[in-house]
Design a protein around this ligand. Structure first.
Ligand SMILES: [Zn+2]
Length: 289
């Protein structure tokens, strides 16, 4: 796969990027897991279907097909949403069942969580689910065993290893671009979210809070550097709640409030610009696989 992308460097063809969406609601994020335990999720106002539809509208405007990593719990409660994602030509991939960090599970409980999510997503989407993204990028040096479970459960790619330093996740020395990981039971394609290299370190640029907090000119410059200068794919990610400035505010400490709620009002416009500037393919498409 790496070879295939490198071959493009010698031609005028544009290297496709990927636009990815982690389909979860505003109260499900890891930062709120203590104040909003899984057992209470059903009590909160659901905004995920409407917000995901708004992301799909942005994609349709730009004629872009994307990859949606859907939480199994959301899929069970919003079956029409998963069917709509698939019917629009987007890829349905897996974000686990109940948004548990991999480090909070063992191979057995992870397998159960994964199977439950994959089964409902395949039933609703009508196609095999090939890709996985761990909640909060939680495949780290300590939880690489999760890749073995993914291979055993039939996944062909993973997009969970963030090659950065971070207080909760990340594998700082990991490769920045799609690459094959060899494991005892087989191999799996790893597709990391985009980073730029500066002063010997990798910095995240292409999604989530980084996309909301950085000015658009800086994000564009970084993505153009990756895609046009390095001639590699940018992997952009967003959550449906990130384009919803009116979402209910959860009680939380100041740093979390800053990370979660800054820049919500400007995200749609930023995404519209990025979607118009780059070429995109789904992660399940042959350009990535
Ligand atoms: Zn998530």
């Amino acid at each position: 796969m790496t070879e295939k992308l490198r071959t493009d460097a010698g031609t005028s063809a544009r290297v496709p990027c990927a636009f990815t969406v982690d389909v979860e609601d505003y109260y499900m994020v890891t930062a709120f897991e203590r104040t909003v335990p899984f057992e209470t999720w059903g009590a909160y106002e659901s905004r995920v279907a409407r917000n995901t539809q708004r992301v799909m509208d942005l994609l349709e405007e730009a004629a872009v097909k994307a990859t949606f990593f859907v939480l199994g719990w959301v899929a069970e409660r919003e079956p029409a949403l998963v069917r709509a994602i698939a019917a629009s030509g987007h890829e349905v991939a897996c974000h686990g069942y109940r948004h548990r960090m991999i480090g909070a599970m063992n191979p057995g409980t992870f397998r159960d969580d994964l199977r439950r999510a994959k089964s409902v997503l395949e039933d609703l989407g009508g196609a095999a689910v090939k890709g996985f993204r761990a909640p909060s990028w939680s495949i780290t040096a300590e939880t690489m065993w999760a890749l073995d479970v993914l291979i055993e459960e039939g996944f062909t790619y993973d997009s969970s290893i963030f090659p950065i330093h971070h207080d909760r996740y990340g594998v700082p020395g990991a490769e920045r671009f799609p690459h094959t990981l060899q494991r005892p039971g087989g191999s799996i394609l790893e597709i990391p979210p985009s980073t730029i290299r500066f002063a010997g370190l990798n910095f995240p640029v292409a999604g989530g809070g980084y996309l909301r907090l950085l000015p658009l000119w800086l994000t564009r410059r970084a993505l153009r550097s990756i895609n046009l200068r390095e001639r590699r794919p940018c992997i952009i990610y967003v959550h449906p709640w990130e384009i919803d400035p009116d979402q209910p505010r959860m009680p939380c400490a100041l740093p979390t409030r800053f990370r979660h709620y800054t820049g919500l009002a400007g995200t749609s416009a930023k995404l519209r610009t990025l979607l118009s500037e780059f070429a995109f393919a789904r992660l399940c498409d042959s350009r990535f696989q």
